[in-house]
Design a protein around this ligand. Structure first.
Ligand SMILES: *Cc1c(COP(=O)(O)O)cnc(C)c1O
Length: 228
């Protein structure tokens, strides 16, 4: 692998997002790019910051804690997108601004209990498992309504939307079908929770399909920071 030019990569990703927005008749700038920096160095994160990126996502609690400390001078908005074990909620509750991977009530209630109430509420997306092959993690669509009700009632959390990681596919139609399903679940929930505003779907390999189906936040790692 050669040297990674984060600024150039970021510009390519922004161009792709802008083209996908236009192609889908979406408002320019309506899709947020979240930079997924898991396993990548703080030096590369600083490069992305210098190129204008302000939001970053991590997958592993311990790695996230170390990077948040090392980069405290930047004032980054931090998102957590990895699986959450009960014994990691305390570390995440006050360090993070967003968590995209809440998939059960037990985790949500611990995060709310452990969030410093002096801070703004922790923004939360519920992770949805769309099919059995994809991942062990995520609430099933039938559990979603109840989980949303429970999470919305917790004092130190703010329920913002849904997240999914569909089964990997290079077929745009297959990609779109999964994203369409998440959008439909999102719209159904919005009827009960009108303040939901975040549809977190799309990664390096499928962000165009996600944007066509209404994503407003794509989580991009590889195409910004290089292969892991
Ligand atoms: C790693 C990861 C991403 C980024 O994936 P890339 O294919 O590298 O863009 C996005 N979302 C989640 C939940 C991840 O774990």
């Amino acid at each position: 692998m050669g040297t990674i030019n984060v600024a150039t990569n970021l510009q390519h990703v922004r161009d792709r997002v802008a083209a996908a927005e236009q192609c889908a008749n979406r408002t320019p700038g309506s899709v947020h790019v979240l930079a997924v920096s898991k396993t990548k160095s703080t030096a590369l994160i600083r490069d992305a910051w210098a190129a204008g990126q302000r939001t970053f996502a991590e997958n592993y609690a311990q790695e996230a804690e170390q990077k948040i400390k090392a980069l405290a001078d930047l004032g980054i908005e931090w998102h957590f997108i990895g699986p959450i074990q009960s014994n990691k909620t305390r570390a995440l509750a006050s360090a993070m601004d967003w968590i995209h991977s809440v998939d059960r009530y037990k985790i949500a209630s611990r995060l709310s209990e452990q969030r410093d109430p002096a801070l703004a509420p922790l923004n939360v997306c519920l992770q949805v498992k769309l099919s059995d092959e994809t991942t062990k993690f995520g609430a099933s669509p039938v559990e979603l309504q109840t989980l949303a009700e429970q999470v919305a009632s917790l004092p130190n959390l703010r329920l913002r939307g849904l997240m999914t990681i569909p089964a990997a596919s290079t077929n745009p139609e297959v990609q779109r079908a999964a994203f369409r399903r998440l959008r439909e679940l999102f719209e159904a929930l919005q009827a009960y929770h009108p303040s939901l505003d975040t549809l977190s779907m799309g990664m390096s390999g499928d962000l165009e399909a996600a944007i066509k189906e209404g994503s407003n936040l794509v989580r991009v790692g590889t195409d910004i920071f290089g292969a892991r």
